[in-house]
Design a protein around this ligand. Structure first.
Ligand code: PLP
Length: 372
């Protein structure tokens, strides 16, 4: 199997598996219990917390662990809106955000929040003049992602945060696809990240909160995470997340350079006839979303069973619905069904990527001949 679905999830790093091992088997104590075992587990969690915070690289705030980035985003959005004074119930977000943001905002809109979803340009970038015109003193939150999960396009997060702050709003950044791959942009008040996108375990994420900008609690109960997010923390998941964050931080330049080389090799191996979806300049290069006139992307995936790639986000692929991101770029139904996403990273070898791209290109040409 050649794995080219790095935006959906990433393979667990061997170093992470080794760090987690003792906490899976013998070190099972509850980190919130006062026994020596409990205290050791709590101490390991605090080491992991520092490792994740260091990899996020922002100052003036701290993280709370969550069960996923989806939870972190729900918490940030709902908890921020809870706190705002009457009349300040506007949320601004962007049409290409992940469902964890869009659906949460829609849910709040169904309960009276005033939601603005800004369109993007044909290259997937947000027009900042549009944002400027949409901002007013009633805006409580501006939510924009740094790297898009479907097309890899980046947004100017620091500028967006500045604009939000000038209007008196908080800024939330979904940094799930940026974390560990690019430097996280300075400026946001709230940042959501996930372990399984950086070669860590599934089932754990984190919300970074600027001091003073913490949202109201989403989960109530035992008062863990300073009373902000109740629920027993999992030492094995926290330790795994910490180890993955530390590794990503140490290897950032090496991983980044590797991805640049892979991108060039993939584009070359695919050959002519493909169009890249989204900005070529403003992007993370470990995400290659491409389309080809007349291609049936779903059929291509079915034909190439031993290459794992997707039509867009894992969720969009499963539903059979055309991607909301590609539609936001102005692609019609046919063009979005003719698009595929190749995602690669740390453990992808150039040889396997080139082989996969050549096979993808050959199958695409064969489809054309069959359909002619
Ligand atoms: N945001 C983005 C950009 C993502 O790619 C994902 C995962 O696909 C999420 C949020 C949700 O992350 P999690 O799987 O940790 O809930």
């Amino acid at each position: 199997m050649i794995y080219l679905d790095y935006q959906a999830t990433t393979p667990l790093a061997p170093e992470v598996a080794a760090a987690m091992q003792p906490w899976i088997e013998e070190r099972f104590a509850n980190p919130h219990s006062p026994s020596r075992w409990g205290s050791e587990a709590a101490a390991a969690i605090e080491v992991a917390r520092k490792q994740v915070e260091r990899a996020i690289g922002l100052s003036g705030g701290s993280i709370a662990f969550t069960g996923s980035a989806t939870e972190a985003l729900n918490w940030a959005i709902k908890g921020s809106l809870e706190q705002t004074p009457q009349g300040h119930n506007r949320i601004i977000t962007v049409a290409t955000e992940h469902a964890a943001v869009l659906d949460t905002c829609e849910w709040l809109a169904g309960r009276g929040a005033d939601l603005t979803v800004l369109p993007v340009e044909a290259d997937g970038r947000l027009d900042l003049d549009l944002l400027e015109r949409a901002l007013d003193e009633r805006v409580a939150l501006v939510a924009v992602m740094q790297v898009n999960n479907e097309i890899g396009v980046t947004q100017p997060i620091s500028e967006i945060a500045d604009m939000a702050h000038k209007a008196g709003a908080l800024m939330l950044c979904d940094a799930v696809q940026a974390f560990g791959r690019l430097e996280i942009c300075k400026g946001p008040d709230l940042v959501a990240v996930s372990a399984h996108k950086i070669h860590g375990p599934k089932g754990i994420g984190a919300l970074w909160m600027r001091k003073g900008g913490e949202p109201d609690a989403l989960l109530h109960g035992g008062g863990q995470e300073q009373g902000r997010r109740s629920g027993t923390l999992s030492p094995m998941l926290c330790v795994g997340f910490g180890a993955a964050a530390k590794l990503a931080d140490e290897r950032r330049t090496r991983d980044y350079d590797h991805v640049q080389k892979l991108w060039n090799a993939a584009v070359h191996a695919l050959g002519p006839g493909w169009t890249i979806n989204g900005s070529i300049r403003h992007r993370y290069h470990g995400n290659l979303n491409i389309r080809r006139e007349g291609l049936d992307g779903a059929r291509l995936i079915a034909d190439l069973r031993d290459v794992a790639f997707s039509l867009g986000s894992a969720c969009a692929s499963g539903s059979g619905r055309p991607s909301h991101v590609l539609r936001a770029l102005g692609l019609d139904y046919r063009a979005s069904r003719s698009s595929i996403r190749l995602g690669f990273g740390r453990y992808t070898t150039q040889q396997e990527l080139v082989d996969a791209c050549k096979r993808i290109a050959a199958h695409a040409v064969a489809q054309e001949k069959l359909d002619a």
